[in-house]
Design a protein around this ligand. Structure first.
Ligand SMILES: NC(=O)c1ccc[n+]([C@@H]2O[C@H](COP(=O)([O-])OP(=O)(O)OC[C@H]3O[C@@H](n4cnc5c(N)ncnc54)[C@H](O)[C@@H]3O)[C@@H](O)[C@H]2O)c1
Length: 346
């Protein structure tokens, strides 16, 4: 299959590209390269790609493509809250436009990277895919809007599929340290403290980046009737954990570190425990295998091997800080297009 992978130079995309290639697909990337330099250790070998902003994609990028895996987005709550309008432009409007172009070009399957944070404030009952969606941030709301709009595009020849990923963790050659486990491990290594800013009680389902990649790879080739116009939570019940439990795992993985729960941000309204049975039933043989413990150990090893610095931890691997630094330096414009990429104002 010829697959267009948007966001291939991001945290998940850099793990997913070799998984899809390894499964025998011909992968073509598309990414504006906002975080292409956010590399921990040796740079990955990227597939060929279009250096294009997803807001400016044209039909030629879809010609001859069998399936789209759409990851490109402003990828977390702080980024989304910084510039809600940009988040809706990139995450919502550009995604729907891309899906329309794909459908018009005869692409048959469109895998969309959604998130379990669409469940928002859902308390401690297990939520499945039919649970009410209660997004509490512009980021999560943008994901709900895409799901709604893509559903209206589904027809006999075009299958949108919504993969609602739990919060990712684990090594990627393009690391993110602003997601909970990666952040807590890095902080513990650098300071000796596993620092939790909330009161530790929110539920956060976690899933390893490699387990997300495996789910997408299977969803690409699953029979149409198993996935057509359906949503799937991606993760495993064994990783439905509270932030305090995640912190305890980190303290065990990082010798000499201790947990400090500051509570300075109080309770967190984003709390959800998730049922993952549908993805296992629809994609036979699929199981998210990585535990939080194994992921913490992997990160300790990766950070140690590459000699993680405080500066890189705070800036290069923190999406919001990195974009702010690039804007100050003038290499990214006010609409978050890197200078020189199609459509940028410089
Ligand atoms: N990492 C997680 O915990 C997680 C959980 C659930 C869902 N997701 C979703 O998975 C996807 C990938 O997440 P990630 O963690 O790899 O994020 P990331 O920020 O590492 O990667 C996003 C990629 O998209 C690209 N991009 C952003 N805006 C673009 C634009 N306007 N045009 C072209 N490219 C653009 C960036 O350059 C980057 O390479 C996102 O849609 C995210 O919302 C991630």
């Amino acid at each position: 299959m010829r697959v267009l992978l948007t966001g291939h130079q991001g945290y998940l995309g850099s793990v997913m590209a070799p998984v899809l290639t390894g499964a025998g697909h011909e992968v073509v990337g598309l990414d504006s390269g906002l975080f292409a330099g956010c590399v921990l250790g040796p740079a990955p070998d990227d597939p060929p790609g279009h250096p294009v902003d997803v807001r400016d994609v044209t039909a030629d990028a879809l010609a001859g493509i069998d399936a789209v895996v759409h990851l490109a987005a402003l990828s977390n709550d702080p980024l989304g809250s910084l510039a809600p309008e940009l988040t809706y432009d990139v995450n919502h409007r550009a995604s729907v436009r891309l899906a329309r172009l794909a459908r018009d070009a005869g692409v048959r399957r469109f895998l969309y990277a959604s998130t379990c944070s669409v469940y928002g404030a859902s308390g401690s009952d297990l939520v499945d895919e039919d649970a009410p969606l209660r997004p509490v941030t512009p980021y999560a709301d943008s994901k709900v809007r895409v799901e709604d709009d893509l559903l209206t595009l589904a027809d006999d020849d075009f299958s949108p599929v919504f993969l609602r990923n739990a919060t990712a963790f684990g090594f990627s050659p393009r690391l993110r340290a602003d997601i909970v486990l990666n952040n807590l491990v890095g902080h513990a290594i650098l300071s000796g403290e596993v620092r939790v800013l909330s009161d530790g009680t929110p539920w956060r389902p976690l899933v390893h980046a490699a387990d997300i990649a495996a789910a997408f790879a299977r969803a690409l080739t699953a029979p149409r009737e198993a996935v057509h116009a359906r949503a799937f939570n991606v993760g495993t019940e064994q990783n439905n954990v509270t932030v305090a439990e995640i912190a305890a795992e980190v303290a065990e993985a990082v010798p000499g570190s201790r947990v400090v729960i500051t509570g300075e941000t109080g309770g967190d309204t984003r709390s959800y425990r998730v049922d993952f049975s549908r993805v296992r039933a629809a994609l036979p043989g699929y199981e998210a295998l990585w535990t939080v413990k194994a992921g913490a150990a992997q990160l300790v090893e990766a950070y140690g091997r590459s000699g993680l610095t405080e500066e890189d931890f705070r800036t290069r691997f923190t999406r919001l800080a990195w974009l702010s630094a690039r804007r100050r330096a003038g290499s990214v414009d006010g609409a978050l297009r890197p200078r020189g990429v199609v459509g940028s104002d410089g």
